[in-house]
Design a protein around this ligand. Structure first.
Ligand code: 87F
Length: 588
């Protein structure tokens, strides 16, 4: 019955046809097939995918047109990889020659490039429900890397994993009415099973506060039950109206949601910051994406909580900030709502202090946007499903025996790297040319390619090519496992360094309104002194909307690391005394 109900899920208050007809149905005049994302037109009319400061084109290629669908054999004699780092221009030509790759470039149409790269890189398959995407093994494996890291770290803190139901009764959801009011339009409801209307519709979880907290009230009786630290890895559904984008904004996504309870605020505060630092590490240490940790403004925080901390990333190609993950201190708000009380050490009754924290598959989208180039994905080695691919360069003049020796040696090279702890494989398919393979693995973002031909075999070495820079290095076979490992670490560090330099160059300081909109239109985030009032934030939103055609700015966060604020400094917009520095920007 449940399965049937899911299949027939209908939205209450959100009529799917209305939404898709009115908002999403414009295909930019390209006429897409049924299984293509109906509305992820990779045209840059999509504001958050428009390249900053570039004219917006409507030239489109989508979904399965994007590439690897057409695999032609033996067309490129060499394809000679190398020379990574992008620099568009001949993408269409390369695609035509190889049947692989992208025909959009980051510079000309970022939206089209992103749509193509997630499909051609075999991360995503489009689905016939708008905003829902199939995560292919290449993407899921990255999520597993993130999951493994984070899961280990939270377990060190005594967090236990659990699983709560997908469905929420309307009675429970209503319990949090005040806070979910803003979110209500995004809640999806099951109203029918088979042909019968359900007596009471049930909601699909958009987050699990209302699912979990009623039972927290039963489980937490005494101060001895605290702290209680639970986490679940699951999917949630939020029926977004804004344009969906794979990983970045989807209607169903994967995440972890942590929900913890403490006897006191100090312990809760400490955990909020510890979790936020783990999120920072996910971005910086795993994904090589720099983030700014900070606190959200009153306007931008989770309304149900006391305060919200965030790690904010930045996509230089679009000049937009993006919330990477959030760690909230809920204070005692939910404890009051759900009567989560316990007997304290003195025999009296106390309310718990709670936190919640979440990180989603958006992480993957951010990494793609920050690191990708015109040849495709560039995956940070620590999360890359495959870190090294060995490609042999056979020669028709080779004897059968030498040909076998070449292959066997290449397999031994790959196995040696696996033994050293690397994720490596030999691409020994005989129906593709080396050039085709180079393009294919570049498109998929594999960090290192190991080229191995007859002359290399004679010399006892191979040529290792870095995906991010295209730099080639001749490496002795005996040194390969150690050197490949080092090269992965070097690439990981260089990727973070480059992304950090780019991000840093994208922050400008304004101490008055002068230059604010210009900076915004120049793809920048803006650091300003601020008085922290809601009215001033509204004013900036309004003025930036009016004064530019690229959309309004909002506060991204109040960074924890603050420049000195000289006494007497005025708020850049109101002229009132400034109480902090804050970062503004357009955002996803
Ligand atoms: C959408 C629909 C209904 C966000 C929603 O950030 C409810 C909500 O409560 C909603 N979108 N939120 C806030 C979620 C807060 C919090 N939950 C646990 C997190 C992290 C994990």
């Amino acid at each position: 019955m449940v399965v049937d109900a899911i299949q027939r899920v209908r939205l209450e208050g959100v009529r799917v046809h209305d939404v898709e007809g009115d908002v999403d149905d414009d295909d930019g005049g390209v006429g897409r097939g049924a299984l293509q994302e109906p509305d992820l037109a990779p045209r840059s009319g999509i504001p958050h995918l428009s390249r900053c400061g570039r004219p917006e084109g409507f030239d489109v290629r989508v979904g399965d047109e994007a590439g690897v669908g057409v695999r032609r054999r033996g067309q490129v004699p060499d394809g000679s990889g190398g020379g990574g780092g992008g620099g568009g221009g001949d993408n269409a030509k390369a695609k035509k020659e190889t049947g692989l790759g992208l025909d959009a470039t980051i510079e000309d149409d970022f939206g089209a490039w992103y749509s193509q790269v997630v499909v051609a890189g075999e991360l995503i398959e489009y689905y016939d429900i708008s905003g829902c995407y199939i995560l292919r093994p290449w993407a899921y494996s990255m999520w597993e890397q993130i999951k493994d890291f984070f899961d280990k770290e939270i377990k060190k803190e005594g967090v236990e994993n659990c699983y709560f139901p997908l469905f929420v009764s309307s009675a429970r959801l209503e319990a949090e009415k005040d806070h979910i009011e803003d979110f209500a339009p995004e809640v999806a409801w099951v109203t029918r099973s088979g042909q019968s209307e359900l007596d009471v519709p049930i909601a699909v979880r958009p987050t699990s506060e209302t699912v979990m907290y009623p039972v927290f009230a039963n489980w937490i009786r005494s101060h001895r039950d605290l702290p209680m630290k639970l986490n679940q890895w699951c999917n949630v559904v939020r029926w977004e109206f804004k344009h969906p984008t794979p990983f970045i904004r989807s209607r169903e996504f994967l995440w972890q949601e942590g929900h913890t309870a403490f006897t006191n605020k100090a312990d809760a505060d400490k955990e909020v910051r510890h979790i936020l630092d783990l999120y920072r590490r996910v971005y910086e240490e795993l994904l090589a994406v720099p983030v700014i940790p900070g606190v959200k403004s009153e306007k931008e925080k989770f309304a149900g909580g006391l305060y919200t901390t965030t790690v904010e990333a930045f996509v230089p190609a679009t000049g937009r900030g993006i919330q990477g993950a959030t760690s909230h201190c809920l204070g005692q708000n939910f404890a009051k709502m759900f009567q989560i009380e316990y007997e304290n050490k003195n025999g009296g009754r106390s309310m718990v202090w709670q936190n919640s924290w979440g990180c989603t598959t958006r992480t993957i989208g951010v990494a793609i946007m920050v690191h990708g180039d015109n040849k495709g994905l560039v995956l940070p080695p620590r999360v890359a499903p495959l870190q090294v691919v060995v490609v042999t360069i056979p020669n028709s003049k080779l004897s059968a025996e030498d040909s076998k020796k070449l292959n066997d040696t290449a397999k031994a090279m790959s196995d040696g790297m696996i033994d050293a702890g690397l994720r490596s494989k030999l691409d020994d398919r005989d129906n593709y040319t080396p050039g085709w393979k180079y393009n294919h693995w570049e498109l998929k973002g594999v960090p290192l390619r190991c080229e191995f031909g007859p002359r290399d075999m004679e010399a006892g070495h191979c040529v290792v090519v870095r995906r991010d820079t295209g730099a080639k290095e001749t490496v002795k076979l005996v040194d390969l496992p150690v050197r490949a490992k080092e090269m992965c670490e070097e690439m990981q560090a260089d990727m973070l360094k480059r992304a950090t330099e780019k991000r840093n160059a994208s922050v400008v300081t304004c101490t008055s309104w002068d230059g604010f909109v210009e900076a915004l239109d120049d793809c920048k985030m803006i650091l300003t002194p601020w008085c922290e009032t809601k009215e001033s934030e509204e004013l900036v939103k309004k003025k930036s909307q009016e004064d530019s055609d690229g959309g309004a700015a909002k506060t991204l966060c109040i960074p924890f690391i603050q420049p000195p604020l000289a006494p007497g400094t005025k708020c850049f917009i109101t002229g009132a005394p400034a109480t902090t520095w804050v970062i503004w920007g357009r955002s996803y």
